[in-house]
Design a protein around this ligand. Structure first.
Ligand SMILES: [Zn+2]
Ligand SMILES: [Zn+2]
Length: 331
């Protein structure tokens, strides 16, 4: 589907029926097309790309570069297969590129660290094994090859029709990038800014010390941009970036308030706090105990990300007690 002159959006299906589709963008150029995000590594995703390009009268072999906004499987998974088919270069921010092996190849160390982190933060023994391995199935839908190009903030990606500035926007992932087309006034935001949901920002062994603090700074970095169209990694294209950013910031303020309220009951682990705040799945509220394993783990790491930011802001203190990490309000 053509979303702007020379820019096509292809809905790339997720594996199974439950996953939401990834938006793959094809940026036309006489000297080669640029593809932004690849979708999961599956036959269905490859078909979607082939058919989507055919419908736009474009050829797969004319892709010259595949730019990945971040290394989550729904964005990065298929990139290596596209390179094998048409010889395109794959480009990823240096920080996310460094995590490919840790995350998708030699992941036993990461699982161990995730288990330690979850245990420390109050996840009970009988839930640990499911939660620590809750994301492993996704590895089947990724070909974990290193990129050809390591990107940095401020790099330029172009063909003869478009010129994008790489904006490093850590938070959802430490090496997340957005692509800003200044002249045409649009931005491709990956999972950094979505219209229908607030992106997951969690504290985990690869996230850095204060991922939510990073995320908020990265959001504010986009506020100054003059853009008319926002092309996200999932969901509809939209306008009014400033308004959407304000709503996401408000959401995190509300979350922080809910966490502070639950801390009035005294010292608690992130797991105990996560059980007291409401969670949204597919637009509806779901109690923590009814969440699927993967969503439960995201709820705990997301609560932790808020607690790390509140600690940084001096509103919360962290106490270590017999190996358990507990939080207390300073308000
Ligand atoms: Zn993501
Ligand atoms: Zn995504």
């Amino acid at each position: 589907m053509r979303v702007l002159n020379g820019v096509h959006q292809i809905k790339s299906p997720g594996p199974g029926s439950a996953s939401w589709p990834t938006n793959v963008y094809v940026i036309e150029g006489g000297d080669g097309h640029i593809v932004v995000d690849s979708g999961w590594d599956s036959q269905e995703s490859l078909w979607a790309l082939q058919e989507g390009m055919k419908a736009a009268y474009l050829k797969l072999r004319d892709i010259k570069e595949v730019v990945i906004t971040h290394i989550h499987p729904d964005h990065y998974g298929l990139s290596s297969k596209i390179r094998q088919i048409c010889g395109a270069q794959v480009a990823i921010h240096r920080i996310d590129a460094d995590f490919i092996s840790l995350r998708y190849k030699d992941f036993s160390d990461l699982i161990e660290k995730t288990e330690d982190l979850l245990r420390q933060n109050g996840v009970p023994q009988d839930e640990l094994s499911q939660l620590k391995e809750a994301s492993l199935w996704m590895n089947r839908y990724v070909t974990p090859d290193p990129p050809d190009v390591m990107l940095e903030d401020g790099d330029v990606i172009s063909n003869d029709s478009f010129e994008f500035e790489v904006l490093w926007t850590p938070g959802h992932s430490p090496g997340h990038i957005c692509l800003y087309e200044k002249e045409r006034r649009f931005i491709i935001t990956g999972d950094h800014v979505l219209y229908e949901s607030t992106p997951h920002v969690g504290y985990n062994p690869l996230s850095g010390d204060n991922p939510l603090g990073d995320y908020v700074s990265s959001l504010k970095k986009l506020e100054r941009l003059k853009v008319s169209f926002i092309l996200p990694g999932h969901g509809p294209v939209f306008n009014a970036l400033g308004l959407r950013i304000a709503k996401i910031l408000q959401h995190h303020e509300d979350r922080k308030r809910a966490i502070m309220n639950s801390l009035h009951n005294g010292l608690q682990t992130a797991y105990a706090i996560a059980q007291q705040i409401p969670w949204m799945v597919s637009g509806g509220n779901v109690a923590f105990r009814d969440l699927a394993d993967w969503d439960k783990r995201m709820a705990v790491t997301e609560t932790l990300a808020h607690l790390k930011l509140l600690t940084e802001e001096g509103r919360v203190s962290n106490v270590d007690m017999d190996g358990a990490s507990l939080y207390i309000s300073k308000d």
